[in-house]
Design a protein around this ligand. Structure first.
Ligand SMILES: NC(=O)c1ccc[n+]([C@@H]2O[C@H](COP(=O)([O-])OP(=O)(O)OC[C@H]3O[C@@H](n4cnc5c(N)ncnc54)[C@H](O)[C@@H]3O)[C@@H](O)[C@H]2O)c1
Length: 297
């Protein structure tokens, strides 16, 4: 599609906003990039950012060709439909997440002088936030959540081959409008909390995998085995280890072997004064779950 009858605004030009813009620009669309930080806009103009250099150089050439316009605030464009893709930061605070930037972006969009508005949020949020923010979306606003799953260090590859592309929408009109600029993305209606959970739980799982592999590394140092050899064989098991198995929420693990081997691991690591908190907490987590299910009966 061309955007002769629509304007695409990307709000927040950190790695996610730039990657989103790059994707749209590469597909022949023009983008109006908005970042409230003049410093950030100058960094983009000077190619002075710590992200993939070839992506930055593509961005520069789109700026030169006037396909990508940079501004500190939303400007007026006389077109019929306006997309606002929100990629602002969502840092954590004592209450969980600081929503100031998201709220300001939504406020700026609602005050923008345009008729047909579609807000698409790409920032990472915690479960329940979008439902709580729903009153901020005025009646005539289309709305979608399309979380970003890219890794900063493989930004270009992850935009071209995303690990996960999934979106949810306020209603069918929002879905149809979304498909015009992001075709072929798996979609659903009103599963905001599920997608918020999916994004943060994916990150938690990636962190869990790294921590588990590192506990195996430390175990290898003490018991004198090559952890790289072990993990190479471990990930080659696509039936049980790297598969959908054992990832269904609901039932606790049962059977003799899992508990017996975990207890043995716990004992030998204790004898060697080795700290493996991820492995050491597995039985406790399973016991909590059993007690929780009993309580519900
Ligand atoms: N960086 C990653 O690898 C990554 C990957 C997936 C998801 N995410 C999530 O995507 C979101 C953005 O991440 P990022 O790393 O690009 O953030 P970032 O903090 O690096 O950049 C956000 C940009 O938004 C600008 N901004 C803040 N408020 C604004 C407003 N109201 N209007 C316009 N611009 C505004 C800031 O000046 C900043 O330049 C976060 O929620 C993050 O958790 C990040």
């Amino acid at each position: 599609m061309s955007n002769s009858n629509c304007a695409i605004h990307v709000l927040g030009l950190g790695p996610v906003g730039l990657a989103t813009s790059w994707d749209l620009l590469n597909r022949g669309l023009s983008v109006f990039g908005v970042d409230t930080s003049r410093q950030q806009l100058n960094r983009i103009l000077k190619n002075d950012l710590n992200i993939d250099l070839s992506l930055l150089s593509d961005i520069s050439s789109f700026i030169e060709k006037k396909k990508f316009t940079l501004s500190e605030s939303l400007a007026d464009y006389s077109v019929q439909n306006h997309y606002y893709i929100v990629c602002v930061g969502t840092p954590t605070n004592v209450e969980g997440i600081n929503l100031d930037s998201i709220k300001k972006a939504i406020h700026d969009i609602q005050s923008h002088n345009a008729v047909n508005k579609h807000i698409i949020i790409r920032s990472t949020l915690q479960p329940g936030i979008l439902n709580a923010l729903k009153p901020l979306f005025k009646d005539h606003t289309l709305f979608s959540y399309y979380p970003e799953f890219l890794r900063e260090k493989d930004i270009k590859d992850d935009v071209l081959n995303p690990p996960l592309s999934i979106a949810t929408h306020l209603n069918h009109i929002s879905q149809t409008s979304f498909d015009k600029i992001f075709p072929k993305i798996e979609s659903s209606i009103d599963q905001f909390t599920e997608l918020e959970a999916l994004k943060v739980l994916s990150n938690a799982f990636h962190a869990l995998k790294v921590s588990y592999a590192n506990e195996i590394f430390r175990l290898g140092e003490v018991f004198n085995f090559n952890s790289h050899f072990v993990m190479k064989a471990f990930v080659s098991d696509k039936k049980l280890n790297i598969s959908e198995l054992y990832l269904k929420p609901g039932e606790p693990f049962a059977g003799h072997c899992l508990e017996k081997d975990l207890k043995a691991l716990e004992t030998i690591t204790r004898h060697h004064n080795l700290k493996l908190p991820v492995i050491a907490s597995i039985i406790q987590s399973n016991d909590f779950h059993k007690a929780h299910l009993m309580q519900k009966k």
